[in-house]
Design a protein. Structure first.
Length: 326
């Protein structure tokens, strides 16, 4: 049985001979997107009789492309019931994760050089950075991926972490202007089947002391960052942080980035909605219900499931205040 209500979803494959095929008999589909990694994943199974071997896959929703990726796995199965083909695909920008940077000290690296050498050849369409920037020096350690190198550059130059927006551009804008309202009480909201609101206090750090030098019997910790969120909940959880070489001379920035990495998702709203919507990681969001309303959220993860039982999406929302470098 084909996927129910799949008329607004169109999946097209490009074979190794560059022939294009639009799949007609999709029996299952799953899609996952995460704001913090450039490797959206699409998995689907079709009953179409296929002879070709495929290299690229695109997926459109209501005529708008929402996935442009490479085929990681194509599996063809023939049994007594017939035959089917399954695909595992990732967004083309996953190549920024799959490829390593040459270990090297880079001097006077500009943002333009960064994008031309570490983003465009590996699936990105372009960049929307806050301004032109140059770093006097930056170290690419052995084993670092192009995405990790891009992230390090943006954190040092712009004090923000990059992500890939809905147009395939590298951006440091923390949130997109597109906003979604999830509500069962508002007529203009997206209704949800279930909602989970989680306060994860274990992620919260109350005090971070950053190493800034050496002492006779240890280290000196000349920079201390206290967390107002921890004070609110009366949480005591102290850490001593020794920044890596690339953060030397930036104790305040390294401390704020450490906080962000550890506790950005300390408050989480997870909603499951019926149907398929054009919701992307990085979009802004609001949640309204009788149990509470939250207006300063953003989408961190999107999961789509589609099979003979219907279509559902699970969207994970975090508070914008968790991204302190914004």
């Amino acid at each position: 049985m084909a996927v129910r209500s799949s008329g607004n979803v169109r999946i097209t494959g490009t074979a190794i001979d560059d022939q294009k095929v639009t799949f007609q008999k999709i029996v299952s589909l799953s899609f996952e997107s995460d704001r913090f990694t450039p490797a959206d994943e699409l998995q689907f199974t079709v009953l179409d009789v296929l002879n070709g071997r495929f290299k690229f896959i695109t997926m459109e929703l209501n005529g708008r492309k929402i996935f442009d990726g490479i085929v990681d796995i194509q599996k063809r199965v023939i049994d007594q019931k017939g035959n089917y083909t399954s695909f595992v695909c990732r967004r083309k920008t996953c190549m920024m994760l799959d490829n390593e940077v040459k270990p090297y000290w880079y001097f006077n690296l500009t943002s333009d050089q960064l994008i031309k050498s570490h983003a465009l050849p590996y699936g990105a369409n372009g960049a929307k950075l806050p301004k032109a920037a140059v770093l006097p020096q930056i170290l690419a350690k052995k084993g670092i991926s192009h995405w990790e190198f891009l992230t390090l550059f943006c954190r040092l130059a712009y004090h923000r972490s990059p992500y890939v927006d809905r147009m395939g551009n590298i951006t440091c804008d923390p949130f997109q202007e597109t906003e979604h309202l999830f509500s069962n009480s508002r007529a203009d909201g997206i209704p949800f089947l279930t909602a989970e609101l989680t306060d994860d206090h274990y992620q919260i750090i109350s005090k971070l002391s950053v190493k800034t030098g050496k002492a006779e019997y240890g280290a000196t910790y000349g920079y201390v960052l206290n967390n107002a969120s921890a004070d609110q909940f009366e949480i005591v959880r102290e850490r001593y942080y020794h920044p890596e070489t690339e953060w030397q001379g930036e104790p305040a920035l390294s401390a704020r980035q450490y906080y962000e990495d550890k506790q950005a998702g300390f408050f989480e709203v997870t909603v499951t909605v019926p149907g398929i919507y054009d919701i992307r990681a990085g979009d802004s969001a609001r949640f309204e219900d009788v149990i509470g309303s939250y207006y300063d959220l953003y989408v961190t993860k999107v999961r789509l499931r589609s099979d003979s039982d219907g279509n559902t999406m699970t969207i994970t929302l975090w508070e914008k205040s968790g991204l302190i470098n914004r």
